[in-house]
Design a protein around this ligand. Sequence first.
Ligand code: CA
Length: 377
Amino acid sequence: MKLRAGAATDVGLLRQRNEDTFVAEYPLFAVADGLGGHLGGEVASQVAVETLIDVTKAEGPDDGIPDRLRTAIHRANEAVGERASRDSRLTGMGTTLTAVVAGRDRMYLGHVGDSRAYLLREGELRALTEDHTLVQRMVREGRLTPEQAEIHPQRSVLTRALGIEDELEVDQATVEVAAGDRLLLCSDGLTSMVAEEDIRKILSGHDDPQAASEALVEAANAAGGQDNITTVVVDVEDAADPPPAQPADAAARTIRPRTTTRRPSGRMRRLAVTVGIPVLLVAALLIGARIYLDRQWFVGIHDGNVSLFRGIPTEVLGVNFSTLVEESQIPAQSAERLQTWRDIGDGITAGNEAEAREILAQIERDVSLQGDVPPSP
Ligand code: CA
């Protein structure tokens, strides 16, 4: 198979670090979007991609690729988890992973999380992956429309990621490709900012895969660039053994989903039998909630000082949903005297760590400007 690829990644306009990692080297193309505060996200996505590169280097016949890819993703899952357990600063880190391995005449896809793969064929864009998010599950269950899901405040809550649990379910598919096909792998920093129809137009409007990758990143930034953006575009110039022509209505059959890998432990299996699926669903929701909490930040009060927290400023039935990250020297009382910050006790939420640190810095500036003014009556 003859391929031509391009790739681009950008920190976006609001984040301070780029936690996305990609690889675009024949035969492996992948995007990983890390999560977890501080260094965690970056490390998680890098560890996952490096492990994947190592494992997929193994030579072998094409029909062994799906197994090797699955093994590689499980290996990457272990590697991220191990790395996190060795370094307390990396606790709770995880990553998405969407990867394609080119065989002689087909592509093999492996996917976990909310990064995505698309196929552009004859001007039509088709999704090859389904997001592992709570909102996507609710769409499938008919509880949300796809339009509602797109703007849902909890749309980034993942139900699956690498590095979080020993057990990992990997979606796999074999993609039959033909000359002229174009594949796109991307992180949610693209799809949360740019509508699929616009992605289709941009992909169709640039012949060169590198130019297309960059144009997509530019579009995401033009729309606000709220997250890191990564795009990998792979053009099939020559499929060695092209698939037979298919009828126009055979779109669904082009992608043949393989049996999803599921390796439940004995304990999980027994749970499923005795307690049933609701428990597994709750477990999935808890994992989702944990990933969600790791992505949230706020500024609140700890021991009388203004402090930085990860999580959400909420307590339910005595259970805290936050961890202290940093306690400043700013007395909470000095901040509460100021009109702007008088509700700091309730917690001021931020979209990410950078934003939370900016709020902290602003409070510090405001308090030092105020000087030692006695509290207003
Ligand atoms: Ca992201």
